[in-house]
Design a protein around this ligand. Structure first.
Ligand code: ADP
Ligand code: MG
Length: 480
């Protein structure tokens, strides 16, 4: 909602996400899709649109699109069609892009989006279609020439179109993150926004609550969650200001200027392309059998929502902790190895607390964690069997993170074993009591708060190694 001079306005957002398909070869050619190659090192005659070359569909890409559709709880269309979308651009050698228009491979679906405050919202999927990526013009290689790199030309993209169900920038960000998580779990897109594997067109309109949809503007090719959110906030405000001054929103395509945090007009509806779509005569319709679809369905991995439910229902984690752990599959896998045969709540606390804290400070991801899941599990075992107190465990963890060594080796080397022997602790308690006769008097006279002081003194005398529970028991007994 936006507060304007004339009251509250509702923001309406629909996203078109372009996700690069994980596949070794392109959608209609055998050229490689590997990132970072020399310009034009991965271009087949088909990608360069040499005369007479014919596209051949890559079955892996179709399978990935179907898998994604199933992961988005969407309808898989048994019959779909590849169309030519005609336009001229220097990085598009055939002067058309092969895409799907009226009959996409995947129809309506639904994504459950987890919001920051713990609530969820459902976002409808309009469709998912397969299409080719274009090449890239390089303007900075020569003072008076533009070069073109066709490595990306023909790479398979899935365009995932949401319904206009999102209502603010936070929801849009959470939707993209959830979509990215699902794609990564499925292994159909690596979700790498810096490398351009996931890009977003953002459609924004505003209306008074209860009114029908307003005219939208489409902000093209935004490549980070933060930019999507900034673009939405800027654009919605811009539209409200125009409407409140009595103006009208012109349907147009805009660009997001990340440096200035504003959107700028790129082309209006009047200049909009007429793409003259028609079915590509070089390609037959794509017909999928029920068996083919069911085989892919049977092979789907456990997805974030299912994993979260299992973590809550079988492992007893809170919704919040489970949600944090399933966001990245690598994190969920790491956690499950730590929790294997151990208390899940303790494992979750170590992973989301201490480990995440240290990884964040070091700017590292879970894959680079110097503490392996087995070693973190070993540390938890040493707490469970009473070898380490909570305080000592934190100390040992710090050293594990710096050195990558297992907890047991550190405990042994530094002689950190917790002391639980009652005789040993009793004598420490006796010393503390006799050294602090005045405080004992005060305590006995009713100053209960001093109990903590005695615990602290005994722990200090044991160099932190005394089992705090035993210390408490003995002190309570001796102080009466
Ligand atoms: P186009 O081909 O012109 O981009 P699509 O039908 O593919 O149009 O829809 C583009 C996106 O615009 C979808 O994500 C849809 O949810 C969104 N959208 C449609 N109408 C509105 C609106 N009034 N306000 C905001 N988003 C909208
Ligand atoms: Mg569009």
């Amino acid at each position: 909602m936006i507060e304007g001079a004339t009251g509250r306005w509702e923001i309406v957002i629909g996203l078109e996400v372009h996700a690069q398909v994980v596949s070794e070869a392109k959608l209609f050619s055998g050229a490689s899709t590997a990132f970072g190659a020399e310009p034009n090192a991965q271009v087949s005659f088909v990608d360069a649109a040499m005369p007479g070359m014919l596209p051949v569909i890559n079955e892996t890409c179709v399978e990935q699109a179907v898998r994604t559709g199933l992961g988005l709880n969407a309808e898989i269309n048994r019959h779909s069609v590849f169309d030519r979308k005609n336009y001229f651009y220097p990085d598009l050698p055939p002067n058309y892009q092969i895409s799907q228009y009226k009959q996409p491979v995947v129809g309506e679906g639904m994504v459950t989006v987890d919001l920051e405050d713990g609530s969820v919202c459902e976002v409808g999927i309009e469709r998912l279609h397969l299409e080719q990526d274009a090449g890239k013009s390089l303007h900075d290689q020569h003072p008076d020439a533009t070069y073109v790199d066709l490595n990306r030309a023909g790479v398979a993209l899935m365009e995932i179109v949401s319904k206009p169900d999102l209502r603010n920038a936070d929801q849009a960000g959470a939707y993209i993150r959830k979509l990215r998580a699902i794609l990564r779990y499925l292994g159909t897109c690596d979700g790498n926004m810096e490398q351009g594997s996931l890009r977003c067109d953002v459609n924004v309109s505003v209306r008074k609550p209860g009114e029908s949809l307003g005219t939208r503007c489409e902000i093209k090719n935004v490549n980070s969650v933060r930019f999507v959110q900034q673009a939405i906030d800027y654009e919605a405000r811009r539209q409200v200001d125009i409407l409140e001054e009595g103006g009208e929103i012109e349907q147009e395509t805009r660009l997001f200027d990340a440096e200035r945090g504003v959107t700028r007009s790129m082309r209006s509806k009047e200049e909009a392309h007429d793409y003259r779509y028609f079915p590509d005569p070089d390609l037959l319709p794509l017909v999928l059998s029920e068996d083919y679809i069911e085989a892919i369905r049977a092979d789907l991995p456990e997805l974030p929502d299912q994993k979260k439910t299992r973590f809550v229902e079988s492992l007893g984690l809170s919704e919040y902790d489970a949600g944090v752990l399933v966001t990245e599959k690598e994190v969920a896998d790491f956690f499950e190895r730590v929790a294997d045969g151990r208390d899940a709540k303790t494992a979750s606390n170590w992973v989301t607390g201490d480990l995440f804290g240290r990884l964040n400070d070091a700017g590292q991801g879970i894959a680079e964690s110097p503490v392996s899941p087995e070693n973190l599990g070993g540390l938890i075992d040493l707490m469970a069997d009473g070898t380490l107190s909570g305080r000592l465990a934190k100390e040992v963890f710090d050293e594990m993170f710096t050195s990558g060594r297992p907890a047991s080796a550190i405990v042994e080397e530094r002689d950190l074993k917790q002391v639980s022997d009652t005789g040993e602790i009793e004598s420490l308690v006796d010393t503390v009591i006799s050294d602090n006769a005045d405080k004992v008097e005060e305590y006995k006279a009713g100053k209960d708060k001093l109990f903590g002081f005695f615990v602290g003194q005994v722990m200090k005398a044991s160099q932190g190694k005394a089992n705090p529970k035993v210390v408490n028991d003995i002190l309570r007994e001796k102080l009466g």
